[in-house]
Write a protein that binds this ligand. Sequence first.
Ligand code: HEM
Length: 426
Amino acid sequence: MSNDSYHKLDQEVPEPPPQCPMNGTFSPFTQDYIADPYGVLEPLREDTPVFYSEKLQMLVLTRMEDITKVFLDPDTFSSDNVQDPVFPPAEETIELLSAPDFNPVAVMSNKQEPDHSRIRQYTKKGFSNRRMKVLEPYIRQRSHDLIDEMIQLGPPCDFVEHFATPLPGETIFRFLGFPESDDDQLREWCGDRLSFSWGKPTPEEQADIANKMLAYWRYCREFVARRNEEPADDLTSELLADHKNNPDDLSYLEVESIIYGLSFAGHEPVTLLLCNSLLSLLNHDTAWGEICNDPTLIPGALEEVIRFESPQIGWRRVATTDTEIAGIKVPEGTRIHLAIGAANHQPDIFDDPKQFDIHRTNSRNNISFGKGNHYCLGAKMARFEAKIALGILAERLPTLRIPQDQQLERIANVSFRGPTALTVEW
Ligand code: HEM
């Protein structure tokens, strides 16, 4: 596995930074954190805003100011490690993913400059207003179809399974150009990537996920080869045209690897955004009723969801050189956990941050999509898709509610946050 691999499986963990506050208990995998990460992070942000988590073996940053500085200095704080498993994978997993044809390369989130910007500028063209317009009727139609199916099945019904998973999955597959007939198979292969790179899967789970990743990568390669022969109106064909026009600037393997990466990036975070939107809006006294009465409130409400209960509350970096953060010496190689959720709940930036307030005027100052050269390429698409979906849900199911006695289970993950299932009634 080369240093340029999409997922690097052999990370080194250096000694903790000297003279840094040590914390032997903090971990995103504890029940307390999974239930209420903001409650766990708040006293830490106030008392020791930069500390070393012995359980994660990472330096943890909790303040907006420090996280922003790190995002804006990609030369000192590389994103090389953002797609790697948090904990060393089992031998069998490493063996499985050492298959000679499993060779996706780092292309965007985990690629460094100057190659990162070179690859990003080609991909960015694909996220055009025209492409969003082409997708819009599809997102609308599928939202209506899925609500029809929910109505046939319930109430009650699991929103994760019947709406929040299929809608973003199918949307990104159409965006890439994958045919509808492959959707069920694709969903199975793409599942669990959340757990592979940011969770704590058992060796058995890792083997299952690794096999699916292999199958999915092979599918991507076959699909790109097909589009190379027969282009269509989709992102894959656009990238292949760019490759043909500039073969020395955008390689064929980079095109294959972009397709591999986008299927995850464009799917799970939006699934979690839709779930966290319903949880925040329906658990509030008036918010759902307000957006049902006045759908123009939806964009502001979504922005507040992205601040208050973001689908992504943590991210990673690694120090490329000896450096310093907030007066603490940070040796080269230190792995860094950016506690995005803590910064989004910082009281000197957001008044009364524990309050979900769809009329808040500065929700957009959240940092959930990152900042700087790696700023989320899909932010516009995520907002666009969620706005359409919420609008149609509010119009069709204004009496939507969450049963009072529901015991919610959330995913155990260093980066992503959302429920594993969400029963809704109407
Ligand atoms: C609510 C949903 C989403 C959230 C919270 C989110 C969050 C993020 C964050 C925090 C980053 C920054 C990574 C870094 O600085 O290292 C990122 C990067 C990225 N996101 Fe998203 N994302 C979402 C949806 C999407 C969607 C829908 C797509 C694609 C269709 C997408 C594609 C990407 C890509 C390609 C990058 C890497 C950009 C680069 O490195 O230049 N994301 N996202």
